[in-house]
Design a protein around this ligand. Structure first.
Ligand SMILES: NC(=O)c1ccc[n+]([C@@H]2O[C@H](COP(=O)([O-])OP(=O)(O)OC[C@H]3O[C@@H](n4cnc5c(N)ncnc54)[C@H](O)[C@@H]3O)[C@@H](O)[C@H]2O)c1
Length: 332
């Protein structure tokens, strides 16, 4: 199998390294608008690089898109038009009209598209989904999702990120749908700025909380921050009438009990998403090989990405207008 990869930044170089390690992958060819960056990444990784305009003519069986978000729609559409199965990091596009435009263009095609929501490939989230589906938790009363970054990204990133709900909370919104098997009906979200000024300057917040009402009446909360000094903290509590399970409560969770006699977790706390989710990224890309080879359908398509994006959009509207927002208000 020969795979292309567009975008040799932070996550692109990590994904290229993972792809290179799969037995089934004979070669990886990378490209970036920044040709020098692609060449330097290729040299470090021991793979080929080509100018971006030559990527689609490089005899690809599949394409992995890890470019900046603005480039996702064009690359997804070009791959589908060329009949090349494509994996694209989330999001499909920077906003809802852009996402709908991509779905409209690729809708009629049978070329598979997989969107990168890696939590679906994390062992803990998968076990929580199985526990819900088996009925062993009883009926769910509460889901509590947490995504806490240890430190903020650069100001330039924040300005183009789409905001905390679309950039970060979207992973929680996707996984709440996937674990519960339910849709979100209504949200109420609030945000705060107690950190650096560039969040407010970008119209964003550094910390946020949202309550979600699911279509069976289950309540969910999503808590987000860019300033969790204790470490990278991504968890989900799934609590039902019979029992409950917790995702992310492992030796490296950045949690410290102050109860007498409770031993501290061994640590060290996860410094970021790459360390916390490395096995999930590997499993996710392995699943893409199955998609490329025609052994499996896409496990997470553009419609799933759109559904999560609608929840983020509703939270953004709710936060700005300080009122509950029904999903039907933002769905198009
Ligand atoms: N699933 C996750 O956990 C996760 C984590 C991080 C980033 N992401 C997503 O991955 C994408 C990349 O994020 P990053 O942090 O690696 O960014 P980055 O800024 O480190 O890298 C982006 C790269 O894309 C290149 N690029 C821009 N336009 C291009 C184009 N048209 N064709 C090819 N290359 C192009 C840039 O030159 C840069 O090298 C973003 O969309 C982000 O949302 C997902």
């Amino acid at each position: 199998m020969r795979l292309g990869l567009a975008g040799t930044g932070r996550i692109g170089t990590a994904h290229a390294e993972t792809l290179k390690g799969f037995e089934e992958v004979e070669s990886v060819v990378v490209a970036d608008v920044d040709t020098a960056r692609a060449a330097s990444a290729a040299a470090k990784l021991g793979v080929e690089s080509v100018p971006l305009e030559d990527l689609f003519a490089a005899g690809l069986d599949g394409l992995v898109v890890t470019a900046a978000t603005d480039a996702h729609p064009g690359l997804i559409i070009a791959a589908v038009d060329a009949g090349i199965p494509v994996f694209c990091e989330k999001p499909v596009a920077a906003d809802i009209p852009g996402t709908l435009a991509v779905i409209d263009r690729i809708g009629a095609s049978d070329v598979p598209v997989q969107i990168g929501f890696q939590r679906r490939f994390d062992a803990g989230y998968a076990a929580a989904r199985a526990a819900v589906a088996s009925g062993e938790l009883g009926w769910l009363h509460t889901l509590r999702a947490t995504t806490f970054d240890p430190a903020p990204p650069p100001a330039e990133y924040v300005a183009h990120s789409g905001g905390l709900f679309r950039d970060c909370g979207v992973h929680d919104f996707d996984i709440i749908r996937w674990v519960s098997g339910r849709e979100v009906e209504e949200v109420y979200a609030i945000g705060a700025n107690r950190g650096e000024q560039f969040f407010a300057d970008a119209g964003d917040v550094d910390t946020a909380a949202a309550t979600l009402t699911l279509d069976d009446g289950t309540l969910a909360t999503v808590s987000l921050t860019r300033y969790n000094g204790a470490g990278y903290d991504v968890r989900l509590d799934v609590l039902g009438s019979v029992s409950g399970v917790m995702v992310g409560l492992d030796d490296r969770a950045p949690l410290r009990s102050v109860e007498p006699g409770v031993a501290p977790l061994p640590g060290p706390a996860y410094p970021g998403f790459m360390e916390r989710f490395r096995p999930a990224y590997t499993t996710e890309l392995k699943a893409f090989l199955d998609v490329v080879a025609g052994r499996a359908p896409s496990p997470c398509g553009a419609a799933d990405a759109l559904a999560a994006f609608y929840i983020a959009e509703a939270c953004e509207v709710s936060r700005r207008e300080r009122r509950p927002v029904k999903l039907e208000e933002v769905r198009r």
